[in-house]
Design a protein around this ligand. Structure first.
Ligand code: 5CA
Ligand code: ZN
Length: 414
């Protein structure tokens, strides 16, 4: 698939500002902060949208976290190889298409196009490979066959399942107990109660054709891939083993990241799937997680249509630490309005002929982001600089340009 245009990301090093610090991020699997400073090139996979009702602010907040991570790596001089998928065939998409009388492929295409526009407006760095589930079916089939060859797959009424316990490390990503796994699996696309499965947690690799549903011919029979194998196969194919970061929202830690990791680990005779698993918190609205199925959504495209500056939306999201769960607040003192006034204040300071000294604020932004992508702390440092610039007798003639460059490069704000 086509991704979206690359935003301008200036290099601070090229402007004599040196390189950034190594970044530490919270790894769900170990529960610790882990330095992720790959010596040659960083390899990142972030789970993409299931294309219906995109892009809500929860999606945008999650992708923004991984956009920051890439900006920090780039500031350090590290090239990044970034892959993101589009789950353009799966149960929830087919259900929505059926409920609205739309062709599923048209729905997916329309929503993916909208997502691209939103990502472009929000200045998100695009993936090097933006791949749909449909166009990569052969990769999923090949991985499912490897799991069959490894003796880790079996069929139930023509559907192929993965034996999750074929991976001795199954459970290590999310770290949750068996009872929690069972209930969460049922809530998030799994089928723990299906008769004939060897273990209730075993997950679908390949689902045989159902009447009225799309299906593809394959050596596994006519059907379509399961969800987890989609991401596992893309990671192995485009990024390889032991990638630096597997990312997504916290709702993906289990079962999705747990199961894709186990599938890949069994297929590669035990090579670790990822060094770190990084999860963004859930954005809610009116007391519930913002989600397509509940319909309590604020869409980025709706805010854009109302004439809001995408940079103000970006600042509104940056005001929350990526790991926290938080609620989007509307209204006159809500998130967006705070983003709008902050942006105005920053731009006023950047437009001054001289500013407060820039070296501390650039160092503060770098240090904040290096400490588990602490964007709120970075914003506070810029607020202080803007305040000093607008109210003090600022004399540094280079400062506004230098701070503007740092905001552009590190926070994606211009
Ligand atoms: N296609 C799969 C991943 S392979 C999927 O989960 N799609 S999604 O459209 O439901 O979500 C896309 C991304 O947004 C995922 O990383 C998900 O964890 C994240 N996400 C979904 N809802 C929220 C929310 N309310 N707050 C924050 N992130 C969210
Ligand atoms: Zn995924």
């Amino acid at each position: 698939m086509r991704a979206w245009p690359f935003p301008q990301v200036p290099s601070l090093a090229d402007h004599g500002l040196g390189a950034g610090e190594p970044v530490r991020v919270h790894d769900t699997a170990s529960g610790r902060l882990v330095e992720v400073d790959p010596p040659v090139r960083a390899r990142l996979y972030v789970c993409g949208i299931t294309p219906y009702d995109a892009t809500h602010l929860g999606h945008a907040a999650t992708y923004l976290a991984f956009d920051l991570l890439q900006r920090v790596w780039r500031d350090r001089g590290r090239p990044v190889l970034y892959v993101q998928n589009v789950t353009d065939v799966d149960d929830p998409l087919l259900e929505r298409a059926a409920a609205t009388g739309m062709d599923w492929a048209e729905l997916a295409e329309r929503e993916t196009a909208l997502f691209r526009e939103d990502m472009t407006a929000l200045a998100m760095i695009p993936p090097d490979h933006y791949m749909g589930a449909v166009e990569t079916i052969s990769l999923a089939v090949e991985l499912a066959q490897r799991l069959q060859d490894a003796g880790a797959a079996y069929t139930v009424d023509g559907d192929l399942y993965f034996s999750v316990h074929a991976d001795p490390r199954f459970g290590a990503v999310s770290g949750i107990d068996a009872a929690t796994m069972l209930s969460v699996f049922g809530e998030r696309g799994g089928d723990p109660d299906r008769p004939g499965k060897r273990d209730p947690l075993d997950c679908l690799l390949w689902q045989a054709e159902r009447p009225g549903e799309p299906a593809w011919d394959s050596p596994l029979g006519r059907g379509r891939p399961g969800w987890h194998i989609e991401c596992a196969s893309m990671v192995l194919h485009y990024l390889g083993e032991n990638i630096d970061v597997q990312g997504g929202g916290s709702d993906l830690a289990f079962p999705h990241h747990e199961m894709s990791a186990s599938e890949a680990q069994v297929a590669t005779a035990g090579a670790p799937f990822a060094r770190t698993y990084v999860h963004a918190g859930m954005v809610g609205l009116e007391g519930e997680k913002m989600s397509k199925s509940k319909g309590n959504l604020v869409l980025v495209s709706a805010l854009r249509r109302d004439g809001h500056d995408p940079m103000a939306i970006r600042l509104a999201l940056l005001a929350h630490h990526y790991r926290n769960d938080w609620e989007w607040a509307g209204g006159t003192d809500g998130d967006l309005e705070r983003g709008v006034s902050r942006l105005a204040r920053w731009r006023a300071a950047l437009a001054q002929a001289a500013g407060a000294p820039s070296s501390a604020v650039v160092a503060d932004i770098r240090a904040a982001l290096a400490a588990d992508l602490d964007a709120p702390r970075a914003l506070a440092a810029v607020d202080d600089w803007a305040e000093a610039t607008l109210t003090g007798d600022a004399t540094d003639a280079d400062a506004p340009a230098t701070v503007g460059l740092a905001l552009h490069a590190l926070l994606g704000i211009h």
